[in-house]
Design a protein. Structure first.
Length: 289
């Protein structure tokens, strides 16, 4: 019996495709742990002898990110997770005797090397372009708000360290069909306001941070905006319009005791420190004779 591949009842058409997602991975982890601990409680096997190999999963996750297996390729996060997983695996096998937590300054070296690599791999056009065609806003414990109105835009390099950068690109025109925005945030935020006829491609690597793309592509434009970079304990937001009354920056609240509270804000206007006193308690009764 033969099947026609165009037949909707063909086995290759009716077979469901299981998507690879974070929910699937988390479910497999819970299922595996449940089976191992149940077997350990019943005396079937020693769960500790199996769980000592858990860094293999961290190493496998890093390799999938590094080589783009089952998803988007990310060299920075892939290499980071691969190195951490490999080191923890060697520690479990008693090959190395130094904890990974004692090597935390290597994270600073890793981030610094990534910044240098991203800065030196820029295009030749960007290296010889003027500030209008290739802006490089930098915010440190402060903020930068800029309207990019260049009619010959090549690319952008935005950096925010404990501060914020806001770039409005709605009046800009690109030189070619693709614009690359290199971003770096450390305890800060970068906000990009783009036209609706620009297609946004997100290639940012977040580490304890996040990237939110709120842009709406109309589908009739020819410009592609590629957003790359590294986000460390910060955020990058991409949208088509400003939100009135929205606070953009870093806000930290500190309790100083009692009902008093101090708040530190770092936004486009700079650093602002405010102190708030809560409602006072009930007045003490007058002394009685």
């Amino acid at each position: 019996m033969t099947f026609d591949p165009r037949d909707p009842m063909h086995p290759t058409r009716t077979r469901p495709v299981i998507p690879f997602s974070g929910r699937l991975v988390f479910g497999l982890v819970l299922l595996t742990l449940g089976v191992l601990w149940t077997a350990d409680n019943l005396g079937v096997l020693d769960a500790d002898a199996v769980l000592r190999w858990w860094p293999v999963f961290l190493l496998a996750f890093g390799l999938t990110r590094l080589f783009g297996i089952l998803g988007q390729r990310s060299v920075v996060s892939g290499a980071l997770f691969s190195l951490i997983g490999l080191w923890m695996l060697l520690r479990e096998l008693d090959v190395v005797h130094v904890s990974i937590f004692r090597l935390w300054p290597l994270f600073m070296i890793f981030v610094g090397a990534a910044l240098i690599w991203r800065s030196t791999r820029g295009s030749a056009e960007g290296a010889h372009a003027d500030r209008a065609s290739y802006p490089r806003p930098f915010a440190f414990m402060g903020g930068v708000v800029r309207n990019i109105e260049s009619q010959d835009l090549i690319g952008i390099e935005a950096t925010a360290v404990m501060g914020g950068v806001e770039l409005d690109l709605r009046n800009a025109k690109p030189r070619g069909r693709e614009i690359v925005v290199e971003t770096f945030t450390w305890w800060g935020g970068i906000e990009l306001i783009v036209p609706e006829d620009w297609q946004v491609v997100n290639e940012v690597t977040p580490i304890m941070g996040g990237v939110e793309d709120k842009s709406r592509y109309r589908g009739d434009g020819v410009t592609t905006l590629v957003v790359r970079g590294l986000v460390v304990m910060g955020g990058v937001e991409i949208k088509n319009a400003k939100t009135p009354g929205e606070f953009r920056g870093v806000r930290v609240g500190v309790a100083t005791g009692g009902s008093r509270r101090k708040e530190v804000r770092v936004d486009a206007t700079g650093v602002t420190i405010t102190r708030e006193d809560g409602p006072s308690g009930p007045a003490s009764p007058p002394p009685t004779d």
